[in-house]
Unconditional design. Sequence first.
Length: 433
Amino acid sequence: MEQVQALVIQYFSTSNQELNIGGLPISQIADQYGTPFFVYDQGIILQKWLALRNALPPEFEISYSVKANPNPTILKLFLAQGLGLEIASAGELNLALQAGCTPDKILFAGPGKTEAELELALKHGIGEIHIESFKECDRISSLSRKLGIIAKIAIRINPSQEAQGGAMQMGGKSAPFGIDEEMLDSILDQILDDPYLELRGIHLFTGTQILDYQVLITQYRKGLEIAQKVATRLQKPLHRIDFGGGYGIPYFTNEVPLDLTKLNIELTQLIAETKQNPLFNGTEFLIEPGRYLVGEAGIYVARINDIKISRGKKFLILDGGMNHHLAASGNLGQVIKRNYPVAILNKLTETAIETVDVVGPLCTPLDTLARAIQLPTAAIGDLIGVFQSGAYGRTASPLGFLSHPTPPEVWVENGEHSLIRQRYNYESLDKQT
């Protein structure tokens, strides 16, 4: 409950024991659109974006990682702020273009890109394709030769172990992502001898959900070290160094927010050092956050449909669950399942006096959104909210499992709400939008 209280104080408000999002009572939104649903507050997204922009030196550019939440309304909001978009599939490429992103502001990373995806990206002339393997490099070269164009590429690098950190360490070990650092010279030999490939930069592949600014600085220093080696081979500065994403938000008890003030101090020093090195003259630095920008702006809201006691344990059974929010169930990368911040949204100021499990309607014990959590006395019809749900929520979940209706997405802006993705009912044969 302490986490929920801290979030409410920082980003939301209450009236008559009820959560307000963007100044609107959550029950008003639930009555309008039905439950379950995701709701996002534009004001919180802009607050996070401005805080990050102010913490970064002007030499740093920002691209939003579409995978965090690909809703077109969110993409358009970031494009209006001047951000680029980082994509990981042809589908995300199409979403980016449909949202109005110019191709040169699109970066394409991700393992296993198909030939069709690569050709689509090359035909649109996107800003960079980040190569993940020697074979992918061959494919890009072959396609570029066929199309009669020069491909703009960057090398995604899986660095050595000393650059790792975060809740999910993704680099520094065997991985399907990126080129191992020790293979850097070999991939450079392949690229620099190819007239159809233009090497523009590197992309550092490390980890995600990082809350320690010192981990980020260690990674950035490693990235600069690698970039200097590449620039030396090229005998000129790189166009761009993409430090990746990884900026985290505190989901669980005892986690603290990333310290942007200290990060700014360290980054300012880092930039000052690079200005003394001619191999970084004119090089653009870039990060591609997703979760950090949108995670705290979203809440998943479901209604209690049943309450039961089984062998002494009390269950609150909702009308939505892990089919809508796999991450909150702990089945999206968690080894030890821990509870997201969860609350009864219409009883926020009541005392938590009972221990319950909060579960969804699916026929699997995995469908648990909170385990042994303390909440006020619940009643059928109460609204349960899962906070920190703006990233890796709806589209990171098995929406088709058991064919329950999909959750709509609601946008709150300047005290007004609007539907930005409709509910899809499998049984009614409605078309999904």
